[in-house]
Structure formats: C-alpha cells, structure tokens
Design a protein around this ligand. Sequence first.
Ligand SMILES: [Zn+2]
Length: 360
Amino acid sequence: MSEQVWFSADYSQARDRFLEAAKAAGARIETRENPASGPDGEVLATDIAFIGDPDAESVLLTFSGTHGAEGYCGSGVQVGWLRSGLWREAPASVAQIHVHAVNPHGFAHTSRTTEDNVDLNRNFVDFAAGAPVNPGYETIHDILCPTVWDDDAADRLAARSAAYTQQHGTWAFKEALTAGQYTHGNGIFFGGTAPSWSRTNVERLLAGHCAGRRQLAVIDYHTGLGPRGFGERIVDHLPGSAGYQRCLDWYDGDCASPHLGTSASARLTGQMLDAIEHQLPDVAVTAIALEYGTQPEHEVISALCADNWLRFHGDENSPRGRAIKAQARDAFYQDADDWKQMVFERALDTQRRAIKGLTS
Ligand SMILES: [Zn+2]
C-alpha cells in the first residue's frame, strides 16, 4: 500500500488528489463551491464523486471532513480507495458516492468548525422546534473559552477542567463539553442557530441521489477521540432498532454505542447520521462514524480551545497563530506512517464489510 501519497499536507492538495483519483476511477463529479475562500485565497468546495449505476438500489456513501480538519484522515482514505482501484471490489449492484470535504472551510483552515464556527455534526436539529438545551455547557464555557491565550493557558485549562471533573465527574464534563450547545456562538461544540451551508449540501445530496434507493451504507470519517490509531465504529442507531442490528451483523459486533455507554463518544445532539435516517424513512440506512484516535483527550481539548481563541481573539498569521494551527493539525491528524497504515487498514476492512452487507 502507498498510504503516504494518499494522505495530503493541506486542503488544496487533498482536493487535487481527490479529483484526480475520482477522474481516474471514471467517477462523475459534482462540485459545490463555498462562498468563502481559503487561507491563501484558494477555492473552497465540497466535491462529490459518483460511481456506478445511478439507479442502483444499494449505495455506499462516505464522508470526509464533516469536522473540517478531521478531513486529512477521511480524504486520505477516499483517495486511497479510488486511486488504488479498491473501489472496483463493489459489485455492479452497489453504487458509490464519496463526499470530499463536507466542511471545506474548516478543512482548509485546519479548524473543526465551519465558516460560522458551527460544529456541523451538531447542526442537524429542527431549529423551528427549538434547539436542544445543554445547561452543563453554560457552567464550563468560561473555562474553555478564555479571552487570553498565553504560554500558561493550557495549564490553566487543565487545572480548571480537573477541578470541574473532581466535583462533577469525568463523564459529566465530557457530556457538557461535547454533547452540543446552541447558546454560545463563540464557544466550542456550537450547533448553530440555522442550517449551515454544509448541512444544506448534504440534504440536497440525499434528496437528489439517495431517496428512492433500497439501502444505504454510510461511513463518516472522524478523528480526535479514543486510542491513537484505533478506529472505533460508533453506531448511533438506537439499540434494538433494525439499523443497530444491521451494524452488529455487518461489523461482527465490533461497534460502540453512545446510548449504551460503550463508546468513547458521549450522546450528541444534531448529528448528521441521525438526520440521514430521518430524512430517508423509506431507505434502510446502516450508518457508522469511524472515529480514529490521535492524541490524549486533554491535548485534543486544549488544541480545540486554543483554536477557538485564535478565531475570535488572535491572528492566524502571527507566530502564536501558526503554532496553534500546527497544534490543531496534530490533534486531528497524525502525519506518521504507522498511523496512516492503521487508519487505512481499518477503513478498508470497514468498507469491505459495508459492501458485503449491502450485497448479502
Ligand atoms: Zn469529528
């Protein structure tokens, strides 16, 4: 395998490689340009590669970059899958849709959130019905989002987080932090106040190309949680549901459920995978997030908080700004051969199982 040439050093290179690989695979490509531009003025876009019969009753659907900077990982997997010819393993009855850089602004700026500071994977809520509430976040916002970020900021964050967890428990801190919040637009894990540009794209894709199919296997690539290099298959289908059972069958029980407390992830609100199932009630959706670990959790949280400070109080082009961006990249992507190999092997096994599940 040549993982090294599939994983890219920045968004532009990733985009070029994806388009090239998709073309080489004979894919039809659709591009949705984001109104904003990248840090060097580059075009930002979500590119979608379609392979196979547009009327096939089964579809393998993959996403990279739902969380912007996490796209370094998912892009590498998609490029490798297409570039190496592995995509040919899918039979004619299974079409493929690979969505590259769902959140291109975050990918290009090495940030987890969108151009609106929205966590796309908390944004799929029914805003008309009222956003979910997360009272725990209110109590930790000031700890996470200080107005000053200096050399001691990470230590202060660690000390204050430790004090909070001592009082309320580790899991309570994790839920308050990551579940999603809809009140602090300058905070982290902010789900927004309206559907984001990226969400609207996903919904258009589902309505135009996935409705009317019989079944859909979805794999959404993420990073930053769990042991380094390990890919946890997170299933958010409710335990006992048909979708949950299919995940257990397809992945041989090697799944983790936030509902059962067996996942590194807390239960979240406004998730994309739940919304896909909701938008396509007549399609058998079998969806997982494949979540790869990078660094210890406290380091990832520190990188997130630093990057949030940078967006609202700092300058990306200052020495501190560049250091924070490097820190953010390491938190969501390990530019190391062993990590890339672990990522790709697990992804390959997962996509093969998904295709087998769609054909069994
Ligand atoms: Zn993620």
